[in-house]
Design a protein around this ligand. Structure first.
Ligand SMILES: [Zn+2]
Length: 437
C-alpha cells in the first residue's frame, strides 16, 4: 500500500522514471512532459470574456485543466495555474450599453458570477485570475517593442502585427504561407497581409479607451494574453491550454508576438487543446443560442455529475452533448458513492484477527488509473479503473472487507477520486501525492 499511496513519500525518483506524456498540438504527437524547471509546472489557460454567464462548453474546458492540475499536483509537481479574464472586448462594451450599465459594473458582475460557477464546479486549482486591464502598462510596452523591432506597423492609425516578418507564423496551426494567404480573417483594407492582426486600434469616440504613446485606443485581444503571461511567467513557460478553436489565429498570434519580442523560442513548451462541445453537430456557443448555462446544469444535475460527465470523455475529443450522457454519469456517480458508503460503514467496525492485508485489486486498479492519466490524461480509462475498484468493493462480503484493511482501501479510493474531483463531499480537496509505478 505504502508503495502506491503516500503523502510523505519523498522518493521523487519514482516519479521521474515515469513517463507522463501529453499530446502537444505544435508537434502533433504525444511528448514526454519535461518542465523547464524540474517539478514545477507553469500553466496558462485562456479564460472567459466576462459579458455573460458561463455555459457547459466553458465548464468542459476548465474542468479538463482542473483535472490535469490535480493530477500533476498529485504526481508531486508544484503547479502554478493561471486563467486570464478578458475584461476588454467589444462584446463587453456592447452589452454594457444594452443593459444601461457602466462597463466596469458589468465586468464586476460577471467576474463574480464566473468565479462562483467555477467554485461550484469544484474547480479549485487555479492560482490566479488576472484581468487584461491590469496589464495595460506591460501591454503597451509590448506593442512598442514590436514596433521598435519592426514586427509591427502603423496603418490608418491602427497598429498591426506584420506576419510576413515572422518566419514561423502558421507553425502551431500547421498552415503554409499560401494557406494563410487564402484564409480571410477579416477584410480590413489597412492590413499589409491577410493574416496580419491588430495590436492596437485607435479610437477617439466615447467608448472605453486607454491612453498610450500611440494615441488613445484599445488593445487587440491576442496581445492581452502575452502581456499577462510574460509578466507572470517570463519569456518561457510549460503549458498553454484552451479550446482547440483558439489555435488559429489566437494562439498562433501569441507565439508570433512573444517570440518576436523576447527572441526566446519556444515561448510555450507544450500546447494542450481541448475538444469542443457540440449540440446536434453544432458547437455550443452564445452566438448560436444552443447552450446550457453552468447555473442551469448545476441545478439540474449537480457538480459531481457534470465533472464525471466531463471525465468520461477524453479532453481532446469532440463531445456531442446529450442529456443521456449526464444521466449515465449520474449512475456512475452512484457506484462511487455506494462504495464510499460501504467502506465507511465497515471501517468503523474494526478489523478481524491478524494483520489485515490490503487486497491486490487496490494495487491493480491504482496502477491502471495512473497509467491512464500518464497517457495524456486519459480520464475515461482512469474513471474505468476507479469504477472497477468501486464495483469490486461492492461485491466483497462484509467479512472479507473487514479483514482487508478498509481504511487503506478507502484512502486509496479517496486519493484517486479526488484527482477527478468527485464526489466533492467525500474526495480530498487537494489530492495527496500518488506514487505511480
Ligand atoms: Zn487567450
Amino acid at each position: 500500500m505504502k508503495r502506491l499511496l503516500s503523502s510523505q513519500d519523498n522518493s521523487s525518483s519514482r516519479f521521474d522514471v515515469m513517463a507522463l506524456k501529453v499530446f502537444d498540438s505544435l508537434f502533433n504527437k504525444k511528448r514526454r512532459l519535461e518542465p523547464l524547471v524540474p517539478k514545477q509546472i507553469k500553466m496558462f489557460v485562456c479564460g472567459p470574456t466576462v459579458y455573460d454567464h458561463l455555459h457547459l462548453g466553458h465548464a468542459r474546458t476548465l474542468i479538463s485543466y482542473d483535472i490535469m492540475a490535480r493530477y500533476l499536483t498529485a504526481r508531486g509537481y508544484n503547479v502554478v495555474f493561471i486563467v486570464n479574464i478578458t475584461d476588454i472586448d467589444d462584446k463587453i462594451f456592447e452589452r454594457a450599453k444594452e443593459e444601461g450599465m457602466h462597463h466596469l459594473e458589468l465586468v464586476e458582475k460577471y467576474v463574480n458570477e464566473c468565479k462562483s460557477d467555477l467554485s461550484a464546479l469544484g474547480i479549485n486549482t487555479v492560482t490566479a485570475f488576472p484581468r487584461a486591464s491590469e496589464y495595460m502598462e506591460e501591454l503597451i510596452r509590448q506593442v512598442q517593442g514590436l514596433l521598435d523591432k519592426r514586427y509591427a506597423y502603423v496603418s490608418e492609425g491602427n497598429i498591426y502585427y506584420d506576419t510576413s516578418r515572422f518566419a514561423d507564423f502558421g507553425k502551431l496551426s500547421h498552415q503554409t504561407r499560401l494557406e494563410l494567404k487564402l484564409k480571410r480573417l477579416d477584410s480590413d483594407p489597412a492590413k499589409k497581409n491577410q493574416a496580419d492582426f491588430v495590436l492596437w486600434r485607435s479610437r477617439d469616440i466615447e467608448e472605453p479607451t486607454w491612453l498610450s504613446p500611440f494615441g488613445r485606443g484599445r488593445p487587440g485581444w491576442h496581445i492581452e494574453d502575452t502581456a499577462i503571461t510574460i509578466s507572470n511567467f517570463g519569456s518561457q513557460y510549460d503549458i498553454h491550454g484552451g479550446a482547440e478553436e483558439l489555435i488559429y489565429p489566437h494562439h498562433e498570434a501569441e507565439i508570433a508576438q512573444a517570440e518576436a519580442l523576447t527572441g526566446v523560442s519556444p515561448f510555450v513548451k507544450y500546447w494542450l487543446h481541448t475538444g469542443l462541445l457540440y449540440v446536434d453537430g453544432r458547437k455550443m456557443s452564445k452566438s448560436l443560442g444552443n447552450y446550457v448555462t453552468v447555473k442551469e446544469a448545476l441545478k439540474r444535475y449537480g457538480s459531481d455529475t457534470i465533472r464525471l460527465y466531463v471525465a468520461s470523455h477524453h479532453y481532446r475529443r469532440p463531445v456531442n452533448f446529450h442529456e443521456e450522457g449526464l444521466k449515465k454519469a449520474k449512475l456512475g456517480l452512484q457506484i462511487l458513492e455506494e462504495a464510499f458508503q460501504r467502506l465507511e460503514d465497515v471501517s468503523g467496525e474494526g478489523v478481524g484477527r491478524g494483520k489485515p492485508l490490503v487486497p491486490k485489486f487496490v494495487d491493480k486498479y491504482s496502477r491502471a488509473f495512473c497509467r491512464a492519466m500518464d497517457d495524456d490524461f486519459n480520464t475515461p480509462a482512469a474513471l474505468k479503473a476507479l469504477t472497477s475498484m468501486a464495483k469490486t468493493v461492492g461485491k466483497m462480503s462484509d467479512y472479507s472487507l473487514r479483514n482487508s484493511d478498509p481504511s487503506s482501501v478507502m484512502e486509496a479510493f479517496r486519493v484517486l477520486a479526488s484527482i477527478l474531483g468527485v464526489p466533492t463531499q467525500r474526495s480530498l480537496r487537494i489530492p495527496l501525492k500518488v506514487a505511480c509505478k
